[in-house]
Design a protein around this ligand. Structure first.
Ligand SMILES: Nc1nc(=O)c2c([nH]1)NC[C@@H]1CN(c3ccc(C(=O)N[C@@H](CCC(=O)O)C(=O)O)cc3)C=[N+]21
Length: 280
């Protein structure tokens, strides 16, 4: 299950909407805030830059060194908040450990929170209320499964990983679609069994090889959300051991070229929606 056709379908709907906004004098614009040079951040930035070009979004990049102070980063977020020509903000996470990530996230204007880093947006996802936007990657997983017509109603879905960025919110979104969701993590006793037993596995652990052949079963659909830098191979890989899992399962997403490309399309969609809200 490649991401490109899903992203293309999403993106095609956005182009006329951007044209309409531009004719009203508004160019939907995304601010990217990056601290340091993490490989996964740089990958997202490349993808988002290409997507913004295709859709016709404005893009402003704020890049700070990994050792920057809390005050300096806070200053950038305030600048984003005050700039009326910016409609959405993507702050790459995790931030370096020296920074207080929660305090930074709380500073962002909720109206510009296109990736669910503020508490109100998270509340929306957990309560099933239309407050803000869900995390782009979590929404991308659901978009991808819908595009490939993978049934969720009553399906057994195992989510591996419990982060606030992906594991927890995607679990809530899949449950909202009436899937029966099992949440697994580093302390799960028999991860392989919990995965083998599932119709759909969503791998969002953040570690290379978390989901291996023992987790796979025929008829299963595997969505790999992981973006890890493989030092030995010198390339980006997912959380799933693709070569051993792919021959067993019904369908699987590649990394790169899977969920990531859909994530950037969802991001563009959120920025367009945020801009539309400012003119209505
Ligand atoms: N607040 C926050 N939310 C995130 O969702 C988040 C984050 N921080 N920090 C970094 C990771 C990583 N991530 C990627 C998303 C898309 C691609 C993507 O577009 N990948 C292209 C390839 C792009 C390329 O490498 O040229 C693809 O898979 O085809 C990559 C990585 C989201 N993350």
């Amino acid at each position: 299950m490649k991401g490109a056709p899903v992203a293309k379908a999403l993106t095609e709907r956005l182009v006329p909407q951007v044209e309409e906004l531009v004719s009203q004098g508004v160019r939907p614009t995304l601010a990217i805030v990056r601290v340091g040079e993490r490989e996964d951040d740089l990958s997202y930035e490349r993808g988002a830059t290409k997507r913004a070009d295709k859709v016709g979004l404005g893009l402003r990049k704020f890049v700070l060194p990994a050792d920057c102070s809390q005050e300096r980063l806070a200053g950038v977020i305030r600048e984003v908040n005050e700039d009326a020509s910016i409609h959405g903000c993507l702050l790459f996470r995790p931030l370096p450990k020296t920074l207080d990530e929660a305090a930074i996230c709380a500073l962002l204007d909720p109206a510009k929170d296109v990736d669910c880093i503020t508490q109100g947006s998270l509340y929306g996802v957990f309560a099933g209320q239309p407050v803000g936007f869900p995390p782009c990657t979590a929404e991308a997983v659901v978009e991808l499964l819908d595009y490939y017509q993978v049934p969720l109603e009553g399906a057994k879905v195992t989510v591996v990983g419990r982060s606030l960025v992906i594991g927890k919110p995607v679990s809530m979104m899949l449950q909202a679609r009436n899937a029966t969701v099992t949440m697994c993590h580093t302390r799960t006793r028999d991860l392989a069994a919990a995965c083998r037993n599932a119709d759909v596995v969503v791998a969002a652990a953040g570690h290379i090889g978390t989901v291996g052949a023992a987790c796979a079963s025929p008829q299963q659909v595997v969505v790999d959300v992981g973006i890890n830098w493989d030092e030995k191979a010198g390339k980006l890989v997912g959380d799933v051991d693709f070569d051993s899992v792919e021959p067993v399962v019904r369908a699987i997403t590649p990394v790169p070229g899977g969920v990531g490309s859909v994530t950037t399309a969802v991001l563009a969609k959120h920025v367009v929606e945020a801009a539309q809200r400012t003119v209505r």
